[in-house]
Ligand binder design. Sequence first.
Ligand SMILES: Nc1nc2c(ncn2[C@@H]2O[C@H](COP(=O)(O)OP(=O)(O)OP(=O)(O)O)[C@@H](O)[C@H]2O)c(=O)[nH]1
Ligand SMILES: [Mg+2]
Length: 352
Amino acid sequence: MSVERLLEGLDRHEPAALARAITLVENQRDGFEQVLSHAHSRLARGGARRVGITGPPGAGKSTLTERFIQHYRAAGLSVGVVAVDPTSPFTGGALLGDRIRMESASLDPHVFIRSMATRGAHGGLATTTEEVADLLEAFGFARILVETVGVGQTELDIARSAETTVLVLVPESGDGIQTLKAGVMEIADVYVVNKSDRPGADKLRQEVEVMLGIRRGNAFRHVSPHHTTQPRMEEDGGGRERAGPVGAIGEWEPPVLATVASRGEGVAELAAALDRHYAYLEASGRLAERRRQRLAARTRAVLERAVRRWLVEATRAEELLAQRLDEVVEGRRSPYDVAAEILDQIKAGAAR
Ligand SMILES: Nc1nc2c(ncn2[C@@H]2O[C@H](COP(=O)(O)OP(=O)(O)OP(=O)(O)O)[C@@H](O)[C@H]2O)c(=O)[nH]1
Ligand SMILES: [Mg+2]
């Protein structure tokens, strides 16, 4: 099928065209950038919100996602879901997506669920996930949920491409709290202790609150309901602002909520917290700021991807490498020398 036909299908709002467009983007087949370029012009019209849901395996992310779908559908909003499992190269997130698909949402045309197989993404899983989310947004979904399993850097990169990041913890996820202590999970905007019907849920909630309070320089934040917020501005390592004032608006204090996703308890409160966070982003000017940063990062990522492809496909880099590899293996030359030499040759016009 030609890219033109695909674009027409998207314009006619055909779910089959959307599914094909996603596959094209996932596999980076010919024309995928044309499709994304076409989608981009439809992104600025606003209205859509992206929520990243991440957390350890089995925390209840899919169950929560299903509840979100019900919640948003009841409010008349359409929902697109991207489920990514970076840890599982063979099934990808397929099982997770299929499980949801079989349930409540399966026949609703205003719900679209897509699993992403890791194998499809040639490097840059976070970029590919964002691109798939773009397709969903351009197609017109009002809420886009990006579910990703795990609490490592890749998962967080994926989750934080959303406007609001939710970290789902469970009483049994001791590793979760360890990661939180290590500062890796600081990026969440909303924390959820799911499976709050299980023992230890309250304790975990308090631990997370204390942890967040310490990071904020106020270990007893959760003890006093009358604390005042000191406006401040700070950046985390990834360049995304944690919190801080723009004008009169103080910092965002990530709430720590409790849910029992399997029974739908706490889901409305969680959805309300997401709305509050979005309103905060809008009112503080951070929404526009983040969007700018995201688009700059995206353009860079696309450029890097194109350069990498050009290097492999259109230059003699691989051939030159093959010629020098023995010397590198034997220790007579270093990868650094050889890379510099290859780069010099390419710059000198060795491109085919
Ligand atoms: N007791 C209890 N069980 C829950 C709750 N939420 C989800 N579960 C159960 O926990 C199990 C895992 O739920 P999932 O929603 O598949 O969890 P997940 O985080 O999506 O799992 P992965 O995608 O495999 O990482 C299922 O058996 C759910 O029924 C809850 O609030 N309480
Ligand atoms: Mg899941």
